[in-house]
Design a binder for this molecule. Structure first.
Ligand code: ATP
Ligand code: MG
Length: 586
C-alpha cells in the first residue's frame, strides 16, 4: 500500500474527503494510506503528495505562478509630464492572466536531507531529470546535477542560507532558461539575465534553455567569412573565420583579455553581436572592461554576462551556457555573433569545486571524469549554419590560462583538442615588449585560412616564412659578429616585420589599412636603410595619412577584398609622398 499526504486550507467535509480519496487512489493505481493536514497558507484548493509525486491545485501555487509570469510583463510606459500609460499595463495584465490555465500542477516532490556550501542533497524527487530546475520550499531554485538511486544532488542558484534540512523541494520539469533578444545588447547582466547596471529590466524577445544541443553536421557549412580582430599579427597569420572556435591561451598577464576586447572593438560599424562572459573574475576588472567598451563606443553592440568571484559557484558554472544561449539567438535569426569566455580555466575549477561538494569521484588533477564534456558541449555550439538554416554564425573565443607556459596540462590540452586552433601568448615575448605577445610558431588557425580575404592572403603570403627565416637567422647572428650583406639585410627586414606586428592595445586596424601596411613592408617599398625611429613614425602616421589622402584606395580594397594593379601603383605613390613629407618636416 502507498502512503500519501493531503494538505488543504480548511478541514475537509466527509463528502469532499471521499471524493478526493477516490480520485487520487485511481491516479496512484492502488489504495493509499492518507495523512491529512490543514495549512491555511494554501488559501484554497488541495495539495497531494504520493510516493514522491506532488499534485498541486492550491490558490497559493497559482498565485505564485502568476507572480512568476508577471516578471515578463512590459514595464509601464511614461507618457511624459508625470503621466503613465496605465491602460496598456492593464490590458497586458488582463491578457497575461487570461492565458494562465487553472490546471492541476503535477511534479516530483522530495525533502532536503542536507544542505551547505551551495549544494543540497534531496531525497524523493522521483522522475527528476538531469539539469532540471528544483524549487525549494523556502523560495529559490537549484539545478539537479547528480541523479542517484535515492537522492538528487542539487546546486543552488540563490542564497543557500535559506535552505535547511527537512524542507520540501519540488521538481519543476523545466530546464533553466534565460531571456534572449536584442534588448541585451548594451547591457551588463548576470547569467540569469538580471541587469547589473542601473538600466531597466531586460525585455526578452523569448526565453531560451541554457543547455541546447549543438547544430548537427547537416545544419552546418564550412567557415567562409572572416572575423577580423584588427590585430595585424592575427589577421595576417592566424586568421579567424565566422563560426570558428579559436582558443586564446597563455600565462597570467600576457594580454589574453586585451586581444578579446580589441576584437570586440574592431566589430564597430559591423553587424556582429558581441558577448563577453566574465567567469570568476574580480568585479573591478569587469567594471574596467565595461568602461573601455563604453568609452570606445562598443557597448551598443555588446553584452557583458558577469559571474564574479564572489558569486555562487553555481552562477559561475552556468554563466557560459547562459551567455551561449543568448548569443545563439542571434545565430538562429540568421545574424552573426561573437562570444568570449574569459576564462575556461576558472570555469573548470568552479566545476571541480561543485563536483567535489557533490561527492563525485575525483579524477586527474581532482577534476571529475566529465570535465572534457563540460567544455566540448559548450564549444560545439559555435557554428556556421548553412543557408537553409539561415546562414547565421556563432564564433567562440575561449580563453585559458596556463601555468608557466605549460600547454600540456589537463584543461589546456582538453580545450586545444576541442577548438579549431589557438593563439599562444608568450610571457617572454610580452616582457620583451613584443605585444600582442603572440608566439607564431605555436599558434595555428585550422579553418580560418579559407575565410581570409584575397587581399590579405596576397599581402601576408610571405610573412610567416620570412619571419621564421628571420628568427632562425637571429639565433645564428648571436654567435658571429661579421655577417655578409644579404644576411644583414634579411635581419633588418625581419626586425621591421616584427615591429609591424607590435600593436598598442585598443587600437585595432581595419583590413584595408593592414593590407596596405603589410604590402609596403613585405614588398620593401620603404627603403631598407631608414632608421627604426622613422619606421615607428610611419607605423603611427601612415593609417591616418592613407585614410585622408587615399580614401578611394581604401574603399576599393574594402569593396573588392583584393589588391589590383591600380591599388599597387597608388600604394607605391603614397609611400613616396609620405617620405617626401616626412623629410620636409624634419
Ligand atoms: P590576466 O591573466 O590577469 O587575465 P591577461 O592575460 O588577460 O591577464 P591583460 O589583462 O589583457 O592580460 O593584459 C595585461 C596588461 O598588459 C594590461 O595592463 C594591458 O593593458 C597590457 N597590454 C596588453 N596588451 C597590450 C598591448 N598590445 N600593448 C600594450 N599593453 C598591453
Ligand atoms: Mg584576463
Amino acid at each position: 500500500m502507498k502512503t500519501g499526504i493531503m494538505r488543504t486550507a480548511f478541514p475537509l467535509t466527509y463528502e469532499q474527503r471521499t471524493a478526493l480519496r477516490r480520485k487520487f487512489d485511481a491516479i496512484a493505481g492502488s489504495t493509499v494510506e492518507w495523512t491529512e493536514r490543514v495549512e491555511p497558507s494554501l488559501i484554497g484548493g488541495v495539495q497531494v503528495e504520493i510516493d514522491g509525486m506532488a499534485y498541486d491545485s492550491t490558490i497559493q501555487a497559482k498565485l505564485s505562478s502568476i507572480l512568476k509570469d508577471l516578471h515578463n510583463i512590459e514595464p509601464i510606459r511614461s507618457l511624459g509630464d508625470n503621466q503613465f500609460d496605465f491602460k496598456s499595463l492593464g490590458d497586458s495584465l488582463r491578457q497575461r492572466l487570461s492565458t494562465i490555465e487553472p490546471e492541476l500542477i503535477v511534479r516530483g516532490s522530495g525533502r532536503v536531507i542536507r544542505s551547505g556550501d551551495g549544494v543540497s542533497l534531496v531525497s524523493g524527487l522521483s522522475g527528476c531529470r538531469f539539469n532540471e530546475m528544483v524549487e525549494f520550499e523556502a523560495g529559490g531554485y537549484g539545478i539537479a546535477l547528480n541523479l542517484d538511486e535515492e537522492t538528487v544532488g542539487v546546486v543552488l542558484l540563490g542564497d543557500d542560507a535559506q535552505v535547511s534540512a527537512g524542507q520540501r523541494a519540488w521538481g519543476t520539469g523545466q530546464v533553466l532558461s534565460v531571456p534572449v533578444g536584442s534588448d541585451l545588447l548594451g547591457r551588463v547582466v548576470n547569467p540569469l539575465g538580471i541587469p547589473l547596471d542601473d538600466g531597466a529590466p531586460i525585455h526578452a524577445t523569448e526565453m531560451r534553455n541554457i543547455e541546447s544541443p549543438a547544430p548537427n553536421v547537416l545544419a552546418r557549412k564550412p567557415v567562409d567569412r572572416p572575423l577580423e580582430t584588427g590585430l595585424v599579427a592575427i589577421d595576417s597569420m592566424i586568421p579567424i573565420g565566422r563560426g570558428q572556435r579559436e582558443l586564446i591561451i597563455g600565462d597570467r598577464q600576457t594580454g589574453k583579455t586585451t586581444i578579446a576586447i580589441d576584437t570586440i572593438l574592431n566589430q564597430k560599424g559591423g553587424n556582429i553581436a558581441c558577448f563577453y562572459v566574465a567567469i570568476g573574475q574580480k568585479a573591478s576588472s569587469v567594471a574596467h572592461i565595461a568602461e573601455i567598451l563604453r568609452r570606445e563606443g562598443a557597448m551598443s553592440y555588446t553584452c557583458i554576462v558577469c559571474a564574479t568571484a564572489s558569486d555562487s559557484p553555481t552562477m559561475q558554472y552556468i554563466a557560459p551556457y547562459c551567455a551561449c544561449a543568448m548569443a545563439e539567438y542571434f545565430m538562429e535569426q540568421g545574424g552573426d555573433a561573437l562570444i568570449i569566455y574569459d576564462d575556461l580555466s576558472k570555469h573548470a575549477v568552479t566545476y571541480r569545486t561543485l563536483s567535489l561538494l557533490l561527492h563525485r569521484p575525483p579524477g586527474r588533477e581532482a577534476y571529475p571524469g566529465d570535465v572534457f564534456y563540460l567544455h566540448a558541449r559548450l564549444l560545439e555550439r559555435a557554428a556556421q549554419l548553412n543557408d537553409k538554416r539561415g546562414g547565421g554564425s556563432l564564433t567562440a573565443l575561449p580563453i585559458v590560462e596556463t601555468q608557466s607556459g605549460d600547454i600540456s596540462a589537463y584543461i589546456p590540452t582538453n580545450v586545444i583538442s576541442i577548438t579549431d586552433g589557438q593563439i599562444f601568448l608568450d610571457s617572454e615575448l610580452f616582457k620583451e615588449g613584443q605585444r600582442p605577445a603572440i608566439n607564431s610558431g605555436l599558434s595555428v588557425s585550422r579553418v580560418g585560412g579559407a575565410a581570409q580575404t584575397k587581399a590579405m592572403r596576397k599581402a601576408a603570403s610571405r610573412l610567416r616564412l620570412e619571419l621564421a627565416q628571420f628568427r632562425e637567422m637571429q639565433v645564428f647572428s648571436r654567435f658571429s659578429s661579421d655577417m655578409d650583406k644579404s644576411t644583414q639585410e634579411m635581419l633588418t627586414h625581419g626586425e621591421r616585420l616584427t615591429q609591424l606586428l607590435v600593436q598598442p592595445n585598443h587600437a585595432p586596424l581595419k583590413m584595408p589599412i593592414q593590407v596596405a601596411m603589410l604590402y609596403v613592408l613585405t614588398r620593401s617599398l620603404l627603403p631598407n636603410d631608414i632608421p627604426m625611429s622613422t619606421l615607428n613614425k610611419w607605423k603611427k602616421t601612415y593609417p591616418a595619412f592613407l585614410n585622408q589622402r587615399y580614401p578611394s584606395l581604401i574603399m576599393r580594397i574594402e569593396r573588392d577584398k583584393d589588391i589590383n594593379e591600380k591599388s599597387e601603383k597608388q600604394l607605391v605613390e603614397s609611400i613616396e609622398i609620405w617620405q617626401n613629407e616626412a623629410r620636409e618636416a624634419q
